[in-house]
Design a binder for this molecule. Structure first.
Ligand code: GDP
Ligand code: ZN
Length: 293
């Protein structure tokens, strides 16, 4: 039986994409009884004699699952920040990075609107870019021009399932439109969805962009750390990784503890001060969060 990926779920139907063709399917009764709810992004086994009367018969194992937006098997999160308008903010970027790391999804940092920077501003931004790259993150600089970086983006999206995250106004829908200039119907759909207000019903759909699939609703719109435990936070900072095992105490939070290798590395300038400051700020936020019962 063929396999495919659910790209939309609506009114009891699952829309399964298999080799570029979408089949409207219902879930088999038997499979529903197992109390598994298929999610957009799920890979499934299905049978369909035509395009509208298919059946999903089995759910294949999930690699991961996001709550907001509700998508399974996300390969990468495109964390979008602008170089200007709105002003580049490392704390906002770090917030997104922590959330993506916590969800075990590969982050890709997109910095848009670099065309708006003066030479000086560009070289200032570059210091941060270098730092994020040194941490192992992919960083892509994008402008309003169809340049090589845009072509690289197409390759990055191909054959993968992505979510896109970022403050409003940073250029997410413009970017998707630029990537999909030949698919004007679908892109209109994307911009409309990305631009929609908070109070409309949220159902997520994967739309085809550059031979890949992108969730049409911005990911991680809520940037609080409500799911994140204090203990998980340091694990979301890859630069702590090399030092952690040399801290005197197991479970060291790298704050007040003596003989902390992370703090030593910070003092040596091996860890960027601003990242550590953001770590402290996030830790405070989690620490002062009201317990929920
Ligand atoms: P979204 O809210 O993240 O989807 O942002 P939009 O795609 O709606 O873009 C917000 C504004 O930024 C629009 O006026 C765009 O034309 C503009 N914009 C987007 N990307 C770029 C860029 O790379 N360079 C410049 N100069 N403007 C951009
Ligand atoms: Zn430590």
């Amino acid at each position: 039986m063929p396999e495919g990926q659910i790209i939309k779920a609506l009114s009891g139907f699952y829309y399964v994409n298999s080799q570029g063709i979408t089949y409207q399917c219902r879930a088999r009764g038997l499979f529903r009884k197992q109390k598994q709810t298929p999610l957009v992004g799920d890979f499934v086994v299905f049978e369909a004699e035509n395009l509208t009367d298919g059946y999903v018969t089995a759910l294949l194992p999930r690699k991961n699952q996001l709550i907001r937006p509700p998508v399974a098997n996300v390969d990468q999160a495109l964390i979008t920040v602008s170089a200007k308008e709105p002003e580049f903010s490392t704390i906002l970027l770090d917030r997104f990075l922590v959330l993506v790391e916590f969800n075990h999804i590969e982050p890709i940092i997109l910095i848009t609107k670099i065309d708006l920077l003066t030479k000086e501003e560009a070289s200032h931004l570059n210091m941060f870019v270098e730092n994020y790259r040194s941490l192992g993150y992919q960083v892509k600089l994008l402008s309003d021009k169809p340049d090589q970086n845009l072509q690289e983006m197409q390759a990055t999206l191909a054959k993968r399932t992505s979510v896109i995250a970022g403050q409003s106004g940073v250029g997410k829908s413009s970017l998707l439109n630029r990537l999909n200039s030949d698919l004007s119907i679908k892109t209109a759909q994307i911009s409309a969805s990305l631009g929609r207000g908070k109070h409309t019903t949220r159902h997520v759909e994967l739309v085809e962009v550059s031979n890949g699939l992108v969730a049409d609703t911005p990911g991680f719109s809520s940037l609080d750390f409500e799911q994140l435990s204090r203990e998980a936070l340091p694990l979301c900072f890859p630069e702590f990784e090399h030092y952690r095992s040399q801290c005197k105490f197991r479970g060291c939070m790298h704050i007040e503890e003596p003989k902390c290798a992370v703090k030593a590395a910070l003092e040596q300038g091996e860890i960027a001060e601003y990242r550590y400051q953001h770590y402290l700020q996030f830790e405070q936020e989690i620490h002062s969060r009201k317990p929920r019962y």
